[in-house]
Ligand binder design. Structure first.
Ligand SMILES: *Cc1c(COP(=O)(O)O)cnc(C)c1O
Length: 427
């Protein structure tokens, strides 16, 4: 690889500075690995569960065990993890349509939700596509205050809309924004505030849902309600298996975990009322999903170290990064402001050229549907679009921010970070 001795030396020095942070990441991976293995033992995971089912998939024991495992590992009373969920956006759509009814109000407590959810909610202004707005669900985004959820504004909104508020949605990770990630603690505090407000105003507590994409296994626990601590979490957490919880092993899928009632309603939306979670063939994916859950705490640790290394090296080279190299994280996303279009393209070229797949191709900006500026993406993944595998992308507009995430192995991802730095310094 075309990486200078100077840049290799910088990476080695960065790793010395990051030693304590890496040790803490390893500690979290150990805690989460133990939790996963305890759940596997309790659920009596065995090879026979890998047997694929077809058709309706009635009586697929592997599928039922994976559903129960997802609930247990993420701290909910119930849950499911299925290959029928095609993406994170689909999983969140299942949740919102599962819980909301005409006339209800949906509040977003972390500002505007992730780009791909805006057509789902209908806040992009499109009509007739079957969005929540088409079905008479009213939506209000509560802007963040200094990057944090604004609990005063939440209270005012809940007072204003009263019992019509059916879902309060929180997005843990920043998406394509520049705010800090909400920590599990902050999310649990917000969920507590939602219930307290509802009790004070005298109406039934709305469901609190959390888009948990990119957050799984970065802390010791997830923001779902744990059995026995009913006031300390959200009703539903939801995410994609081509991100953290798939461990880089799942071919596709997603999960929805939470309270019995909320999960049941989501199950009716995933398939249909009456059928719920009793059907759905696993089509041979059980082995990959179980292997993914097993690997996930470790894989997430690889991605976390990669993000810290990138933050350190690019900060040292004079770029603005977020989070800073020594800041605690609650997701795997790292941003680097590349300062110019050429800088952003060089960054992505560096990442691409060190990928296991398609290292020989050169990424170019293109007009992606749904985005106002050309976007450049670097991705060389074994699973199409998997962003637990090292990937980088960004819109070509100032300040030319690259969004970097993933890394199946730290050894390979660190080469890609060095290569990106090399490309940018030659630029
Ligand atoms: C990735 C992501 C999504 C959507 O997931 P897809 O699998 O790309 O549909 C939603 N929210 C956040 C915060 C994400 O990072």
């Amino acid at each position: 690889m075309n990486i200078s001795p100077e840049i290799r030396a910088k990476a080695a020095a960065a790793e010395l500075a990051l030693a304590d942070i890496y040790a803490d990441i390893d500690r979290i991976a150990r805690v989460n690995t133990e939790k996963v293995l305890d759940c596997f033992r309790e659920a009596e995971v065995s090879e026979s569960l890998f047997t694929p089912s077809t058709g309706y998939g009635y009586g697929d024991r592997g599928r039922d065990v994976i559903d129960a495992l997802s609930a247990k590992i993420f701290g909910g009373d119930a849950g499911f993890m299925r290959p029928q969920i095609i993406s994170g956006t689909h999983a969140i759509t299942v949740v919102l349509f599962g819980l909301l009814r005409p006339g209800d109000v949906l509040l977003s407590l972390s500002g505007m939700p992730y780009d791909t959810l805006q057509p789902v909610i209908g806040c992009d202004g499109e009509k007739g596509s079957g969005s929540l707005a088409d079905f008479g669900v009213e939506f209000h985004a509560i802007p963040l205050k200094d990057g944090k959820m604004d609990l005063c504004a939440l209270r005012a909104c809940m007072e204003k809309y009263g019992s019509r508020v059916k879902v309060v949605h929180i997005q843990r990770s920043k998406g394509y924004e520049t705010r800090p990630t909400h920590t599990v603690h902050e999310i649990c505090e917000a969920a507590y505030a939602v219930r307290k407000n509802a009790a004070e105003f005298g109406f039934a507590a709305p469901y609190v849902t959390c888009d948990n994409c990119y957050g799984e296994f970065t802390e010791e626990r997830e923001p779902a309600l744990a059995v026995g601590e009913k006031e300390a979490g959200v009703d539903i957490i939801v995410g994609s298996l081509i991100k953290n919880p798939g461990g880089g092993m799942a071919d596709n899928g997603g999960y929805i975990v939470g309270t019995e009632k909320a999960v049941e309603l989501c199950g009716y939306r995933l398939s249909c009322p009456g059928v719920g979670l009793d059907a759905g063939a696993s089509l041979g994916q059980n082995r990959n999903m179980l292997r993914g859950l097993f690997y996930a705490p470790h894989t997430v640790a690889q991605a976390m170290k990669t993000a810290h290394l990138a933050a350190y090296l690019f900060e040292e080279a004079g770029y603005t990064v977020s989070p800073r190299w020594n800041e605690r994280r609650s997701d795997i996303i790292q941003t680097v402001e590349c300062a110019s279009p050429d800088g952003l393209c060089a960054f992505c070229r560096g990442i691409q050229s060190s990928s296991p797949i398609d290292a020989h191709v050169v990424p170019e900006p293109w007009e992606m549907p749904g985005y106002s500026d050309p976007v450049i993406m670097a991705a060389g993944a074994f699973v199409g679009g998997a962003s637990i595998e090292l990937s980088a992308d960004g819109p070509l507009r100032a300040p030319y921010t690259a969004f970097l995430q993933g890394g199946l192995t730290y050894e390979s991802a660190r080469l890609a970070i060095m290569s990106a730095l090399q490309q940018m310094s030659q630029n």
